[in-house]
Every structure is written in structure tokens, then in C-alpha cells.
Ligand binder design. Structure first.
Ligand code: FE2
Length: 367
């Protein structure tokens, strides 16, 4: 990628084609003290109120800077590397981390170890990259006193509060408003599919685990949906098209949101899965279409519930797990509460927390 000049016009050469850069695009990026606040990097002028007919009177390239005189009397030195970083019209930090597919054969995944000042370290950067690769990460030895999970979450970004509270305590109790608060086997699901937006990341912190059961299970929704796409494209297609209603009700709230079970982005690539068969309601479609839908959902459910696709492990006290709730399904095996205590704490954060932290650490460590 190169910036070139020709008769006071600025061009972007990507090796395949040469395109002129709009003068106003450059004018919006002037960065002298008068135009940009140093601390916040926010503009001190409003380009949306300006006349768009900006012309470049003079342009030069010198020592990695593009020096431009515009026809409105403004001149500026623009850092060429900074300009180049804006040429992509997609997010280059998160999208550049390739998702790794995994199933029950997954092994040797790195566990991270908590230590002081953890959140500002290179280790934290590596942890976040690993999180985006696999959709989950486990951190050992995280302090478990005084609801430390909230401090943990707020040290990455901000806790996403829900009607279950700022954080929630997962232990079996009488009169539960969710099966999570029983000792029953819980099949793979994503959390809160009825919420708009769905919380992005679930954090689960093991405080006590004295029972012999109560294993945690994870399934990669990305791997499974890609598998379905290959093995049964018709089922994949219908599950990416039919929007179903997810709902949750209790004494104080009625939540509802609609989505496909496999949600694709604008380029038809994987974006999000929702799966919680206790809470989904497909609309009353034509009978044949529903026939296809039910077959497809059964196929997807079989894949999600297959031991071949699941990793199973036991969280130990002070283990903390972060899961991408838009990608990874979680569950647990049943346990006998008579055997001892099983106590996990949970909370949610959104992708802006992890993305913001990762970009900051990349800047800090010049990665
Ligand atoms: Fe859950």
C-alpha cells in the first residue's frame, strides 16, 4: 500500500489498482492543535457542517508525512501510516484474529494464570487473542473473595447488568426462576437469547466445587454450524433464515427477542448462534416449511448434544472462565447437592469491553 501524488491529487496504490483519495476525506483528518484535541483525539471542528467542495492546492510527501494545503486556507501534516490504517473498511483488529474450530479432541489449550496488575500486561493481550480464537478462555487462581468477579469484569470493561443482577450466584436453591439454579443436568445452550442485545460474554467464576458431578461442558457453535453447512446445506439454510421468538418471563419482567438460530452477517458468514430449546417459539409457518425447520433444528440439536463436539472439564475453586455467548454453548452435568457445595458466580460483559481492552493493549505494547 502506497500513497502517491500526481498534480496535487493524492492517490492510494494497493499494488493492484490506483484510486484517488477524496480531498474532503483528507480535510476531515487534519490534526493540528487547532483541529484535534490532543488528549481525547476528538475533532474540534464539525466536518458535517462544512461545504464538501474542498480542493487540494498543494501536496507533498516528506519523511512519512503528507503535507497538504487546502483551498480553505487550512494546511496540515498527515501521518501516512495513520492514514493507511484507515484504508480498510472493516475492523482490522478483531477480524484479523482467525477463529479456530474445535471439538472434543481439543487439547493443550493454554490456561492463563492471574497475577497482580494482570489487566495491563502482555499476558492479558495474549489471553484476549486466545479468547477470540477459541471463543473461551480459562484463568486460574483468580481471587474469589468479596464478589471479585465484578472487579474482574470491570477491569476489562464494564459489567453488563441484567435482571439477574450485576452478578448472579449459581447454586441450587428452592423456587428457582431458571434451571441454572437447580442441580439438574443442563444441556448446551446460550444465555439470554431473549434479550436485545444478547449479552456478549459470560464470565463464570468457581468459588466452591466439592461435588463429584457438576462438570462444565462447552460446544463451539461456530464449528457445529460450519459442519452443518457442509453436511446438510438445506438444514443450514433454513436455520439461517427462519426467525424464532425467544422469551423469558418471571414476576417482574417479560423479555422477548427474535432471531435465527444461526445468524449470519451481511457477507453470509457466521455471526452468532442462539440456542435454548426451553425458550424458543417458531412462528406458525406453512406446514412443509415447519417440517423442514423441525428436522433441521433436530439435526442442529443432535450436533450440539453430541459428545464428539463437546469439551468437558471440572472447574476448580478460583478458576474463572470467559465464554463468547454469541459463539460457544455451555452446559453442565448434574450433581448431588448432598455431596457438598457447588458455588459459581457469573456476570456478563459486552464485546466493547474486550475489544476496547485489546486495542488498548496492542497500542501499549506496539503489537
Ligand atoms: Fe447458562
Amino acid at each position: 500500500m502506497k500513497i502517491e501524488l500526481n498534480k496535487n491529487k493524492v492517490f492510494f496504490n494497493n499494488g493492484k489498482s490506483v484510486e484517488e483519495i477524496h480531498p474532503f476525506w483528507l480535510r476531515e483528518r487534519v490534526d493540528g492543535e487547532e483541529f484535534l484535541d490532543k488528549g481525547t483525539q476528538q475533532r474540534l471542528f464539525d466536518p458535517s457542517s462544512m461545504n464538501g467542495e474542498i480542493i487540494i492546492k498543494k501536496a507533498e510527501i516528506r519523511d512519512g508525512f503528507l503535507e497538504v494545503d487546502f483551498n480553505d486556507g487550512v494546511n496540515s501534516k498527515l501521518d501516512i501510516n495513520k492514514l493507511k490504517s484507515e484504508f480498510s473498511n472493516k475492523d482490522t483488529v478483531i477480524k484479523s484474529i482467525p477463529k479456530k474450530k474445535w471439538d472434543s479432541t481439543l487439547e493443550n489449550i493454554k490456561n492463563f494464570e492471574y497475577k497482580e496488575d494482570f489487566f495491563e500486561t502482555k499476558e492479558m493481550h495474549d489471553l484476549l487473542v486466545s479468547f477470540y480464537e477459541y471463543g473461551f478462555v480459562i484463568i486460574k487462581n483468580v481471587p474469589s473473595e468479596n464478589n471479585y468477579i465484578v472487579k474482574f469484569a470491570n477491569s476489562i470493561g464494564s459489567v453488563r447488568r441484567t435482571n439477574f443482577g450485576e452478578h448472579f450466584n449459581v447454586k441450587s436453591k428452592s423456587d428457582p426462576n431458571d434451571l441454572a439454579y437447580t442441580s439438574l443436568h443442563i444441556t448446551p445452550h446460550t444465555d439470554n437469547p431473549y434479550r436485545n442485545p444478547v449479552p456478549c460474554i459470560q464470565i463464570l467464576h468457581c468459588i466452591e466445587n466439592e461435588v463429584s458431578g457438576g462438570y462444565s461442558t462447552l460446544v463451539d457453535g461456530y464449528t457445529v454450524s460450519e459442519k452443518l453447512k457442509k453436511e446438510d446445506p438445506d438444514s443450514y439454510k433454513i436455520l439461517t433464515e427462519v426467525k424464532v421468538r425467544f422469551k423469558f418471563t418471571d414476576k417482574s419482567v417479560m423479555l422477548e427477542d427474535w432471531s435465527e438460530l444461526i445468524h449470519l452477517d451481511d457477507d453470509k458468514n457466521f455471526k452468532q448462534v442462539r440456542f435454548s430449546p426451553r425458550l424458543d417459539y417458531v412462528p406458525m409457518l406453512e406446514k412443509n416449511k415447519l417440517d423442514q425447520y423441525y428436522k433441521a433444528r433436530k439435526k442442529l440439536s443432535d450436533l450440539y448434544n453430541s459428545e464428539k463436539n463437546e469439551v468437558k472439564f471440572k472447574l476448580k475453586p478460583k478458576d474463572l472462565m470467559m465464554m463468547d455467548n454469541h459463539r460457544v454453548l455451555h452446559g453442565r452435568t448434574k450433581f448431588d447437592p448432598e455431596e457438598g457445595k457447588r458455588f459459581l458466580q457469573g456476570c456478563y460483559i459486552d464485546f466493547d469491553s474486550t475489544e476496547g481492552k485489546l486495542r488498548h493493549l496492542k497500542r501499549k505494547f506496539k503489537i
